[in-house]
Design a protein around this ligand. Structure first.
Ligand SMILES: CC(C)(COP(=O)(O)OP(=O)(O)OC[C@H]1O[C@@H](n2cnc3c(N)ncnc32)[C@H](O)[C@@H]1OP(=O)(O)O)[C@@H](O)C(=O)NCCC(=O)NCCS
Length: 154
């Protein structure tokens, strides 16, 4: 952890208490709008996928949610609270999540990102993700996404 990310912690959550669930639903909606995870999907990801929480000085500062199939993981959602962006938190948080997935024997991680989402695209590229495919209408009409993949096997 660098000086910039001091006070930041990452933990995995398997069960969400009600207050935590409602807080995450609210924050997800602020970031992703209608594409957000919600009270119906967050507990499923927590229980059957991998849900990681970034806290800064014990305050919720980001969420990473992964679905998994055998040794493949898919990054469903990843965000850092707006006021903490541009300080290395995203890179730190993603790195911690990937380390935890390596320990669970995950071999690849995939994510889709919109062509316009430069911050996310740069972060994934910096982390080692490679472009696999550009998929038209992935999330419906006009919602083209880049499919990126990271190989965790060294
Ligand atoms: C994408 C996101 C998680 C990045 O978090 P962050 O804490 O700002 O990222 P960091 O400060 O750790 O930056 C790490 C790298 O990301 C990239 N990056 C971050 N912000 C960027 C920006 N505004 N423009 C271009 N690249 C950027 C850079 O490569 C940066 O490395 P550098 O500082 O050496 O240039 C954050 O912008 C976010 O939550 N966005 C909204 C949700 C979202 O779009 N999630 C991704 C869905 S696929």
């Amino acid at each position: 952890m660098s000086a910039k990310t001091s006070g930041a912690k990452v933990k995995q959550i398997s069960n969400l208490a009600t207050a935590e669930l409602l807080e995450l639903e609210h924050l997800e909606k602020k970031v992703f709008g209608e594409a957000a995870l919600n009270r119906w999907t967050l507990p499923i990801i927590a229980r059957y996928g991998n849900l990681f929480l970034l806290t800064i000085d014990d305050q919720t500062a980001g969420v990473a949610s992964f679905m998994s199939k055998q040794r493949q993981a898919f990054l469903v959602g990843f965000w850092v609270k707006a006021e903490f962006r541009g300080q290395g938190m995203g890179e730190f948080f993603l790195g911690e999540c990937l380390e935890a997935l390596v320990k669970k024997n995950t071999s690849t991680v995939e994510v889709t990102v919109s062509v316009e989402n430069k911050p996310a695209h740069s972060l994934y590229k910096k982390t080692g993700f490679k472009l696999v495919e550009k998929i038209s209408d992935f999330y419906g009409p006009g919602e083209t996404r880049l499919l990126l993949q990271l190989n965790l096997l060294k």
